[in-house]
Unconditional design. Sequence first.
Length: 289
Amino acid sequence: MFCLNSFGKIGAAVRSAFATGLVQVDLTLPAGGTIGAANSINSSGVMGGYVTVTGIYQPCKWSADGTPTVLALPAGGTEGSLQAINSSGVMAGYAKVTDVYQPCKWSVDGTPTVLALPAEATEGAATSINSSGVMAGYAKVTDVNQPCKWSADGTPTFLDLPVGGTEGAINGINSSGVVAGYVDVAGAYQPCKWSADGTPTFLDLPVGGTEGAINGINSSGVVVGYVTVAGVDHAAIWLADGTAIDAGTFGLDSAYFYGINDLGVVVGEKGNNDWSVELPIMAVPATYN
């Protein structure tokens, strides 16, 4: 496999192979792992996500050379996943504790901490974290997801939905505090960005797209996620100017991008229709240099 070095870069000989399009790199699963996904990548090329071990979702980190490590769950946790990793190596995600999904943060050494929920919320997840340690995701109120931010000290705050939205969640936050995710409009997910002051804005879908969501954002404002085209979910990229790019399915039935670093390297997963095959992927833009 091709791997990032400690600076998140790829050697010139490997880069020369990326003449056009996006090139996938399959990541190794840890011993005992059967399926998995890489949900995020930081500027050093360290990735976070999950693997299943004996059928249970477990938080997993991949080093820049692709070596996987399963991380501990908080006390009482039975399963979990890493959803984001920042430039310092601090990770955010969720853990299932006493049968309730709770937002969770993992320190650089892998120590987990459960985050507080807003008073009216019953469960949630931290899906993103920036270089300042500010996290974002969602908290559930009366079984409806609402976009939520956590300050670096763990204080939660709900964000407003745009007009027409009935629920939503944040999946990415950048160093400027801009967040991105999705909003449900008339039963269809639509990609949405929130400015640092919390103002929401819908993004356009690529040609043929009927719905979609953003899963990650970098410091340049480039976002990644998926778009549904003719009933099939395709990995997708939105440039900083809002231009949407359909990246396809990488040879299987569907594909999703979950994270992007400041060098434009993206990570995600691909799978077949019944998800009996589910593989982590990494992709590099043709413009990488």
